[in-house]
Design a protein around this ligand. Structure first.
Ligand code: C2E
Ligand code: CA
Ligand code: CA
Length: 830
C-alpha cells in the first residue's frame, strides 16, 4: 500500500523538524542566558555591595576617629590649662614673696629710716630710687602713718599738700599680716603692689613697691606655664583692655571678644573656664576694686592641639583613599574575571542556539564558573545526542531500526534517477505479512513487536548487497529497494525472502509462522516514476495476497479498465489535489422523520480540478480506493469534517456529521488513531459523528475490518452500513457488526413508487433493521411521493434531492437557517 506524500521526504521531515529543534535550542539558550545573566548580576551585586560596605565602614571610622581626636585634644587642652593655672598661681605667690622680701629690705634700710626721722625728703626719694632700680621696681612710695604719701620715686617735686595713699586697704592688710600685696591699676596701668611697714621697732611708716605688669612678665609666666598669658584690665566706663599679652594682635582682639561683659556697670563675672572659638582659656581675677579690676588669662589653642593630630588624620585619609581605590580596582578586576568567562559562556550558548554543537564551552576553570561550564558542556553533549536521535528517528523505524518510509522514498527516488541515466533497472518489493494482526491481538503487542523485529532480521540476512535497502513502511508493511535488479532478480530475491519467512519464529516458547505476500514492480517496465512503481508493487501485492500466491510481479491485467494509462496519471494528481486543497466538502442534509427536523448531514467530497474542472466522486473515489490514495483522501475529509462539525457545535448548531469510509481505511491501524487525534484536537465528542461503511468493505479481510470497526465502536462512534442491499453481507455477519443504522441504497429508493419490487425490498429492509434494533436511512429520495411512502413505512431518516442536494457550507448554512435547523447542546456529550 503505497500511501506516501511528497512532503514525507527526509529533507522535508528535517525541514519540518527544524522549527521544533530551533525552539528547543532557543529554550536551552534561554536557560543559559538566564543562568549567565544571573551569574553576571550576582557578581556585580557582590562587588557593588563590598565597595559600598567598605566606603561606609571607612566613613564611620573617620567620623569616630575625628570625634575621638577632637575630644582628646579638648581634654588635653583642658588639662594643660588646669596645670598652667596652678603653676601660674604658684609663680605669682613666689614672686609676691620675693617682692615682699625685696620691699622689706628697703624698709629696714638704715639710711631710709634716718631720712624719715629727719624728714629729709630728698634723701628718702633718692634711697627709694636707688633701691627701686636695684630690685627692678617701677615705683616706690613712702607713706606716713596718716596714710598720706611722704615721698615717691616717680613724683616731680614735693611741694604742697601730701596726697592720700590710694590703696589704704593694703596698709590695713599689712597692719594685720605684716605685709600686703595686690595687683591694681595705677593710671590705668596694672601694677603688682607690695606694702611693708618701716619698723622702729613699731611701724613708723609704710613702703609701697610697685612692679609693672607688662609683656615681659607675661612672657616669663608663659614660659613657665606653657600657656599664653594675658593681663587684662577692666575699668568702669572703659571696659576691657589688654595690658600685656603673649598673644599676637589678631588673637588679642578675639580674646577681648570672649571677655566682653554683659551690659552692666559692675565688674563682669569671670568664669574659670571660657571657651573661645578655637581656644580654651582660664581667667582669674588678680585684683578688684569698685570701679576696676585686673584679670590674668591663661589660654591654650584648641586648634593647635587638634592640629597636632593632623598628621595622623592625613595618614588615615590616605589609607582610606588607598583602600577604596584598591577595592574599586580589585572589584573591577574580579568583575572582569567573572564577566569575561561569563560572556564566553553566553557566546557558547548562542552557538548552541545556532545548532553548532561541535565546540565545547571555553577553557574550564576550577571555580563555580568552571562547574557551570562543565554542566553546560554535559548539556551540549546530551542535546547533540538527542537531536541526532530525533533526526535519526525521523528517518528510521524505532522498533526494527530499518529505514522508514521517508528514507525509503528518498532512496527510491535517487535509485530511479540514477537508473534513468545509466539505463539500468530498479525493482521494488512490497511485503505485507499474513495474519500479523491475529498474532498481535491474540498474543499481545510485545509478541507482535518481536515478530516484526525477527522479520527485519531475516530481511537483512537475505539482502546481501549493500545497496539493497529493506525498510518498514508501517504496521506489518515492509519494502525492499533493489537497485540494478531486473524483474527476474527481484522475483528471485522475493522467493528467498519467502523462504526465509518459512522457518518458524519462536517467541516466549511459542512457535509462530510468518507468512507474507510480496508485490514486485520494476523500473522502467512497470513505471518510470517512483510513485507509480510503488502503487504498482502495491497492486501486485494485493493480488498476491488475494490469490495467496506468495509473490506476484505487476501485470497490466491487475489494473481494471479504469486504471488505464490516462487514469494512472490521475494518481499523482490526486495526491497533489489533497496537498493543494483542491478537494471541497459538500454536505447533504438528512431529515429526521420523527421530529421533522434536519438533525444531520453527510459529508461528500468534491474535486475542483484546475484543468478538468469539477470531478464527481464517482469518477475518482473508486480509483483512489484501488491505488490506496483513498487513505489520504479520508484523512483530509475527516480533518475537514471534524473541524466543521466542531465549528457548528460551537455556534450552537447540533448537527451529526456522517463520514464515508472505504474498505482500505479499515485495513490499517491508522484510522482509529487518526480519529482519536481529531477528537482531542477539536475537543469533539464521537457522538457528533456517524461513520458510513459499505458491506463490501468487510469482504476482503473481514478479520481486520471487523477489528477496526469494533475499535471505532468502542471509541463511541456510531456506524452505518452504507448502500445496504447492494452487497452480499449475510445476516449473520450483520449481527456481528456493532452498527446502529442501515442506509438503504438509493437504487431501491429512487423508483420505489413505481417499482413494486423495490417497494418490497425497502419495506422488508426497514422491518428487518427495526427488528434488529437498528435505525434506517433511505437515500435517494427524489419525490414527495417516495417521501410519503417511506414515512408510512416507518423509515427513520430521509436523504435525497427532494429534501436537499449536497451543498457547500456557504449555501448549507442559509438553507438550514431557513429550514430551522436543530439548535441544541454545544457541550461535548460523553
Ligand atoms: P454515497 O455515500 O451513497 O453518497 C450518496 C450519493 O448519492 C451522493 O453522490 C449524493 O449526491 C447522491 N444523492 C443524494 N441524494 C440523491 C438523490 O435524491 N438522487 C440521486 N440520484 N442521487 C442522490 P456523490 O456525492 O456523487 O457521491 C457518490 C459516492 O462517492 C458516495 O456515495 C460515496 O460512496 C462516495 N463518496 C463521496 N464522498 C466520499 C468521501 O468523502 N469518502 C468516501 N470514501 N467516499 C465518498
Ligand atoms: Ca454514504
Ligand atoms: Ca449510499
Amino acid at each position: 500500500m503505497a500511501a506516501h506524500l511528497p512532503c514525507s521526504s527526509p529533507s522535508c521531515i528535517l525541514q519540518r523538524l527544524s522549527p521544533l529543534l530551533c525552539a528547543a535550542r532557543k529554550a536551552v539558550r534561554g536557560l543559559f542566558a538566564d543562568r549567565v545573566s544571573m551569574a553576571r548580576f550576582v557578581a556585580h551585586q557582590v562587588i557593588v555591595f563590598v565597595a559600598l560596605l567598605l566606603v561606609a565602614i571607612q566613613l564611620v571610622t573617620l567620623v569616630a576617629l575625628n570625634w575621638a581626636v577632637s575630644e582628646n585634644a579638648r581634654e588635653s587642652v583642658r588639662k594643660e590649662v588646669d596645670v598652667g593655672r596652678r603653676i601660674f598661681g604658684r609663680v605669682m605667690e613666689d614672686r609676691t614673696q620675693q617682692l615682699t622680701t625685696a620691699a622689706s629690705v628697703l624698709a629696714s634700710d638704715f639710711g631710709l629710716r634716718q631720712a624719715l626721722m629727719s624728714n629729709d625728703h630728698a634723701t628718702i626719694v633718692s634711697a627709694m630710687a636707688n633701691h627701686a632700680a636695684r630690685i627692678g621696681a617701677a615705683k616706690m612710695m613712702l607713706i606716713g602713718l596718716d596714710r598720706r604719701v611722704i615721698g615717691e620715686t616717680a613724683a616731680q617735686g614735693n611741694q604742697g599738700e601730701r596726697p592720700l595713699f590710694p590703696f589704704p586697704h593694703l596698709i590695713e592688710n599689712a597692719e594685720r599680716k605684716g605685709a600686703a600685696s595686690a595687683i591694681a591699676l595705677i593710671d590705668d596701668a596694672p601694677f603688682q603692689l607690695v606694702v611693708v611697714p618701716v619698723l622702729a621697732p613699731v611701724p613708723v611708716a609704710w613702703v609701697m613697691v610697685a612692679f609693672t605688669v607688662d609683656n615681659k612678665l607675661a612672657q616669663d609666666l608663659s614660659l613657665l606655664t606653657g600657656l599664653d598669658v594675658s593681663f587684662a584690665t577692666w575699668a568702669r566706663g572703659r571696659g576691657w583692655h589688654v595690658a600685656a599679652t603673649t598673644l599676637p594682635p589678631p588673637k588679642t582682639s578675639a580674646l577681648l571678644g570672649a571677655l566682653a561683659p554683659p551690659a552692666g556697670a559692675a565688674v563682669p563675672p569671670i568664669s574659670p573656664d571660657l571657651l573661645g572659638a578655637d581656644f580654651l582659656l582660664s581667667g582669674s581675677v588678680l585684683g578688684r576694686e569698685d570701679n576696676a579690676a585686673v584679670v590674668a588669662i591663661l589660654q591654650s589653642s584648641l586648634g593647635a592641639a587638634i592640629a597636632r593630630f593632623d598628621g595622623l588624620r592625613v595618614i588615615l585619609l590616605a589609607l582610606a583613599a588607598f583602600s577604596l581605590c584598591a577595592t574599586v580596582v580589585g572589584s573591577l578586576l574580579i568583575a572582569r574575571s567573572i564577566s569575561r568567562p561569563v560572556s564566553a559562556l553566553a557566546e557558547f550558548a548562542r552557538r548552541m542556539e545556532r545548532g553548532e554543537y561541535d565546540q565545547g564551552p571555553p577553557a574550564t576553570r576550577s571555580d563555580e564558573l568552571g562547574e557551570l561550564a562543565a554542566s553546560f558542556n554535559r548539556m551540549r553533549l546530551a542535546i547533540a545526542a538527542r537531536e541526532q536521535q530525533i533526526k535519526s528517528m525521523a528517518l528510521q523505524d524505532a522498533l526494527t531500526g530499518l529505514p522508514n518510509r521517508a528514507l525509503f522514498n528518498e532512496r527510491l527516488q535517487q535509485a530511479v534517477g540514477l537508473a534513468r541515466r545509466l539505463a539500468q533497472p530498479v525493482s521494488v518489493l512490497l511485503i505485507d505479512l499474513n495474519r500479523f494482526k491475529e498474532v498481535n491481538d491474540t498474543l499481545g503487542h510485545h509478541v507482535g513487536d518481536r515478530l516484526l523485529c525477527e522479520v527485519a532480521e531475516r530481511l537483512r540476512a537475505v539482502l546481501v548487497r549493500a545497496s539493497d535497502t529493506p525498510a518498514r513502511l508501517g504496521g506489518d508493511e515492509f519494502a525492499v529497494l533493489l537497485p540494478t535488479a531486473s524483474e527476474a532478480m527481484a522475483e528471485a530475491t522475493a522467493r528467498k525472502i519467502l523462504q526465509a519467512f518459512e522457518a518458524p519464529v519462536f517467541v516466549e516458547g511459542r512457535q509462530l509462522d510468518v507468512g507474507g505476500s510480496i508485490g514486485i514492480a520494476t523500473f522502467p517496465d512497470h513505471g518510470d516514476d517512483p510513485n507509480v512503481l510503488m502503487s504498482r508493487a502495491d497492486a501486485a501485492m494485493y493480488v498476491a495476497k488475494r490469490k495467496r500466491m506468495g509473490c506476484a510481479v505487476y501485470d497490466v491485467a491487475f489494473d481494471t479498465e479504469a486504471e488505464s494509462h490516462g487514469r494512472l496519471s490521475l494518481s499523482g494528481e490526486l495526491r497533489q489535489a489533497v496537498d493543494e486543497d483542491q478537494l471541497v466538502l459538500y454536505y447533504q442534509p438528512r431529515l429526521d422523520l420523527a421530529s421533522g427536523r434536519i438533525t444531520g448531514v453527510e459529508a461528500l467530497v468534491r474535486w475542483q480540478h484546475p484543468v478538468r474542472g469539477f470531478v464527481p466522486p464517482d469518477q475518482f473515489i473508486p480509483f483512489a480506493e484501488q491505488t490506496g490514495c483513498i487513505r489520504e483522501i479520508t484523512r483530509w475529509v475527516m480533518g475537514r469534517a471534524f473541524e466543521q462539525c466542531a465549528r457548528w457545535r460551537a455556534a450552537g448548531l447540533a448537527l451529526e456529521v456522517s463520514i464515508n469510509l472505504s474498505a482500505r481505511d479499515l485495513l490499517g491501524p491508522e484510522l482509529p488513531q487518526r480519529c482519536a487525534e481529531l477528537l482531542a484536537s477539536h475537543d469533539a465528542s464521537p457522538q457528533w459523528f456517524r461513520l458510513e461503511i459499505t458491506e463490501s468493505a468487510l469482504i476482503d479481510d473481514p478479520a481486520r475490518a471487523l477489528d477496526t470497526v469494533a475499535r471505532l465502536h468502542e471509541m463511541g462512534f456510531s456506524l452505518s452500513i452504507d448502500d445496504f442491499g447492494t452487497g452480499y453481507s449475510s445476516l449473520a455477519q450483520l449481527k456481528r457488526l456493532p452498527v446502529a443504522e442501515l442506509k438503504i441504497d438509493k437504487s431501491f429508493v429512487i423508483d420505489m413508487a413505481r417499482d413494486p419490487d423495490d417497494m418490497t425490498i425497502v419495506r422488508s429492509v426497514i422491518d428487518l433493521a427495526h427488528n434488529m434494533g437498528l435505525s434506517v436511512v433511505a437515500e435517494g429520495v427524489e419525490t414527495d411521493e417516495v417521501r410519503q411512502l417511506l414515512c408510512a413505512m416507518g423509515c427513520d431518516y430521509l436523504q435525497g434531492y427532494h429534501i436537499c442536494k449536497p451543498l457547500p457550507v456557504t449555501q448549507l448554512e442559509p438553507w438550514l437557517a431557513r429550514r430551522g435547523a436543530p439548535h441544541g447542546t454545544t457541550a461535548k456529550e460523553t
